[in-house]
Ligand binder design. Structure first.
Ligand SMILES: Cc1cc2nc3c(=O)[nH]c(=O)nc-3n(C[C@H](O)[C@H](O)[C@H](O)COP(=O)(O)O)c2cc1C
Length: 340
């Protein structure tokens, strides 16, 4: 309540990149646990799930892009996320696109960004990450050619059990290389030959009109050895609020599109590959709807910005309530239920 009525409106008066910086400092503050209200809530039980051979405490995760330089992954995990995705990590240090490049639209609970992968680069980020980390630490990597991505994977091999390979940021034109089926297939095969970790490929979102192109990409990724797909990245849009004139839109505007894409991709790739739903997930009902349509996990970014520190906690609480109302005793049994 305090977050939405007081803190969020103040943060929204500030430049979004500055408010992100303040949030990061909050998590880095040595006594953050003492002043973090979520740390006084006991961990919610009953949402455990085993995905990719890994036990996670909840199906809701934090999507890539929030902690690009992996400074506060453990602190974020303590907010009762089942997993958090660090990165996207790139080989070289990058400064991203010119500003303004981040724009909040509170009335539609969305964010438009054209950040273009600002990153401290692999070497610096690698030093911050622990070997054999907790189960819920996933890492997102990307690059504009195969060698860049492979270098990230090889270097970070012991720093996670799950890599998310981002071929879908709308703000980095070089990534379109991997929308070519044979390039994507070569990339995934190469990754599998150098890594024993689980590999998820993150696709761009699609509309009814262009679904075949993206469903085919998803199938090629799986046939080439990927363990699963993240559906999906932000939606490419034009915006005069951004210095470069275009970017990716995230948030509530994506909520209805996500379960539809999940149903389409699940029926296309079959029951086995892991599918992580991403786009407009704000509450327990959104998570339920994507799991019902065939997702194994969900992740959110914009929902966390608008809902605040209790984002994952409230989703977990809501999911337990929905499961009770529907006489379900495990997360896996939501698959195939009707949407709410
Ligand atoms: C400011 C911002 C930065 C992002 N950076 C990344 C990124 O570095 N890598 C990535 O794979 N996705 C990135 N994303 C996309 C999100 O991970 C997510 O796919 C997208 O926002 C849709 O989910 P949402 O509606 O829950 O935000 C970013 C999104 C936002 C809003």
């Amino acid at each position: 309540m305090l977050y939405k009525s007081l803190i969020l409106p103040i943060l929204q008066l500030i430049n979004p990149e500055v408010s992100h910086f303040i949030a990061e400092k909050f998590f880095q503050f040595p006594f953050n646990k003492v002043i973090n209200p979520v740390s006084y809530r006991s961990k919610l039980d009953g949402l455990q799930t085993n995905v990719l051979g890994i036990k996670l405490d909840s199906p809701i995760g934090l999507a890539a892009g929030y902690d690009k330089n992996c400074k506060v992954l453990d602190q974020l995990l303590e907010l009762q996320f089942g997993f958090v995705t660090g990165g996207t990590i790139t080989l070289q240090e990058r400064f991203g696109n010119p500003r303004p490049r981040l724009h909040h639209v509170p009335k539609e609970k969305s964010i438009i960004n054209s950040l273009g992968f600002p990153s401290q680069g692999l070497e610096k980020i690698n030093k911050k990450l622990l070997e054999n980390p907790q189960n819920g630490i996933f890492l997102s990597v990307s690059g504009i050619n195969e060698d860049e991505i492979i270098s990230c994977i090889e270097t970070l091999e012991d720093k996670t059990k799950v890599f998310e390979v981002n071929i879908s940021s709308p703000n980095t034109s070089g990534l379109r290389l991997f929308h070519n089926p044979s390039e994507l297939s070569k990339l995934v095969e190469k990754i599998k030959s150098v890594s024993k970790n689980k590999i998820l490929v993150k696709l761009p979102p699609w509309l009814e009109s262009n679904k075949n192109e993206y469903l085919d990409l998803g199938k090629i990724a799986i046939m080439s050895g990927a363990d699963g797909l993240v559906i999906a990245n932000s939606l490419p849009v034009n915006s005069e609020k951004l210095a470069v004139g275009k970017g990716g839109k995230s948030g509530r505007v994506l909520t209805n599109n996500t379960p539809r894409m999940i149903a389409e991709v699940r029926s296309y790739v079959g029951p086995d590959p892991v599918i992580v739903a991403c786009g407009g997930i704000f509450d327990a009902k959104d998570v339920w709807n994507s799991l019902a349509m065939g997702a194994d996990l969900c992740q959110g970014y914009t929902g966390f910005i608008y809902e605040g520190l209790f984002y994952a906690y409230n989703i977990n609480k809501g999911l337990l309530r929905l499961m009770k109302e529907n006489n379900i005793d495990s997360i896996d049994k939501i698959k195939g239920k009707s949407i709410l």
